[in-house]
Design a protein around this ligand. Structure first.
Ligand SMILES: C[S@@+](CC[C@H](N)C(=O)[O-])C[C@H]1O[C@@H](n2cnc3c(N)ncnc32)[C@H](O)[C@@H]1O
Length: 239
């Protein structure tokens, strides 16, 4: 009988923000898979390590950056995901459960999404949700993300200017993730849409090295991968 693949959200960085459900699962699961980046870092494993079954097989899967398509868009690296899925499928076929660690929530811009696409229907898949970076960032300030009937738009930094501009021009709050090397372009769009004054930059939310700053106070230039921007439409809610 096939083992179960658990896509486990481990939260934004502070190990105390891992759910009880994730901790209980990781304490006993026989195989723990995690993404190993090109720079040999493994953030999700770092977050969860204290909860992991000491006897578990640790299974690193290499997922290089997305590949650029001819139209300029980025697509997930299909070959790398297929190779990761094959490694995990071997363990599942032997009847062993596998936990795949994902920072934040697995189904919120997570690499787990592509494993779900490859595994669903072939092996049992379950998901343990996690606290997303967007929520940890709002808590870090702290600032109300959205209240009453306000909408919240979530955007990814690599999106085309027109997409970012349209969302920033709409009413409501905006969270911009994957800011990194797109910071200067996003900053210019914030200015053009009158959102720069309220824009907050949060780096490594929930970790001891967390930074919270106003975008307008930051120097130009790329920012670290684990950073995002919040533009909250109702920063000072009054009763
Ligand atoms: C591939 S997405 C993964 C999002 C993740 N699944 C989640 O639920 O937060 C990676 C982006 O999330 C944001 N991010 C993740 N963790 C963060 C943190 N601790 N502080 C600030 N931003 C973070 C950054 O914008 C980063 O580029």
């Amino acid at each position: 009988m096939s083992g179960t693949l658990h896509l486990v959200g481990v939260g934004p960085g502070d190990p105390e923000l891992l759910t009880l459900k994730a901790a209980r699962l990781l304490a006993t699961v026989p195989v723990i898979a995690f993404v190993l980046t090109e720079t040999q870092s493994h953030f999700a494993l770092d977050i969860a390590r204290a909860c992991c079954n000491l006897a578990a097989e640790l299974l690193p899967v290499a997922i290089p950056m997305a590949v650029r398509m001819p139209n300029g868009d980025f697509a997930p690296n299909g070959e790398a995901y297929a190779a990761a899925a094959a490694l995990i499928a071997d363990r599942l076929a032997a009847g062993r459960d596998v936990a795949f660690l994902c920072e934040g929530d697995p189904l919120f811009y997570g690499s787990a999404i592509y494993l779900l696409a490859l595994m669903a229907g072939r092996h049992p898949v379950k998901v343990v949700p996690g606290i997303s970076s967007v929520f940890a960032a709002a808590a870090a300030v702290p600032i109300p993300l959205v209240s009453r009937s306000q909408p919240l738009s979530v955007l990814a930094g690599p999106s085309p200017d027109a997409t970012l501009r349209a969302a920033l021009a709409r009413a409501g709050s905006v969270a911009l993730i994957k800011v990194g090397r797109h910071f200067d372009r996003i900053d210019a769009l914030l200015q053009a849409t009158g959102r720069r004054e309220q824009a907050l930059y949060i780096e490594r939310a929930s970790l001891p090295e967390q930074i919270v700053a106003r975008v307008k106070d930051l120097p130009a230039g790329p920012k670290p991968y684990f950073s995002l921007i919040l533009c909250c439409s109702d920063p000072e809610v009054r009763l």
